[in-house]
Design a protein. Structure first.
Length: 260
């Protein structure tokens, strides 16, 4: 099956998840509100005092201004990836929500598309909250910083699609420890998040370019600091192609998993 058979009915899945989100919005609101404060205090005020400034694009920037955009990129990754792994698996396997939806005119492809797009939407919501907090520190350049919101959707689609792909393959909820350890954690550490990837060995620099988070962080940092360049189109293209590959793959694999 392919994405070509998806109708606008996928919006119903999105609406269902939005209603659930609104019922527990206070719980969902707190992590993106408090997380940047913890990170900025620990790394910015603590480690930043030791590091001082970092040379970025030929300009010296404070360490807190360097890591704040990376925190936004990590936030985009976490919200969509975990929504389309743990949360989607719970809805599929434990709550039997997918089974209930399949009793309606919704197709599997529409259900999965709605799930992934909801994951991307959740990234946008969390990014808007975190962006508001970080902006209070005066380290986001506007109006370029506003482009972080549509970027959150693009990044959310990329990580939501690959997250759903893992969901289609893994047999149990405990198995998600494997992609988190082998996929998410290396990106968290080595995608130019807390230090420039130029500090890594050549082979590690090349490996980092394979990570989608590297390209997302590049875009977040440039938009946050107002250093937008045409070279960033390659980073944007990478995320779009990544989504274009894993979105139909996740639809296909989930179709095989749910229709036995």
């Amino acid at each position: 099956m392919s994405a070509s058979g998806i109708s606008r009915r996928f919006i119903r899945v999105w609406q269902r998840n939005m209603r659930v989100y609104r019922r527990v919005w206070k719980i969902n609101f707190l992590p993106p509100l408090l997380e940047p404060l913890f990170y900025l205090f620990a790394f910015g005020a603590g480690l930043g005092a030791l590091v001082g400034s970092i040379l970025y694009e030929g300009t010296s920037v404070s360490y807190i201004a360097y890591i704040a955009p990376a925190l936004l990129g990590i936030n985009m990754m976490y919200n969509s990836f975990f929504e389309n792994t743990y949360a989607s698996f719970v809805r599929m396997y434990y709550q039997k929500t997918f089974d209930a939806m399949l009793a309606t005119p919704l197709s599997i492809e529409e259900i999965i598309a709605g799930e992934i797009i909801w994951g991307a939407t959740k990234s946008v919501i969390a990014t808007a909250i975190m962006l508001t907090v970080i902006s209070l520190f005066g380290i986001i350049s506007y109006p370029a910083g506003l482009l972080l919101l549509p970027l959150a959707f693009i990044g959310g689609m990329a990580f939501g699609s690959v997250g759903m792909f893992f969901t289609s393959l893994l047999p149990s909820i405990d198995s998600f420890n494997l992609p988190i350890f082998l996929f998410v954690t290396p990106m968290f550490l080595f995608s130019g998040t807390f230090f420039p990837i130029q500090n890594l060995p050549i082979w590690a620099q090349r490996a980092a370019q394979v990570f989608p988070l590297t390209h997302l962080v590049n875009l977040c940092r440039s938009l946050s600091l107002g250093t937008v360049k045409t070279e960033l189109l390659l980073d944007l293209l990478y995320l779009i192609v990544f989504s274009a590959v894993f979105f139909p793959l996740s639809l296909n694999r989930m179709h095989h998993r749910l229709i036995k």
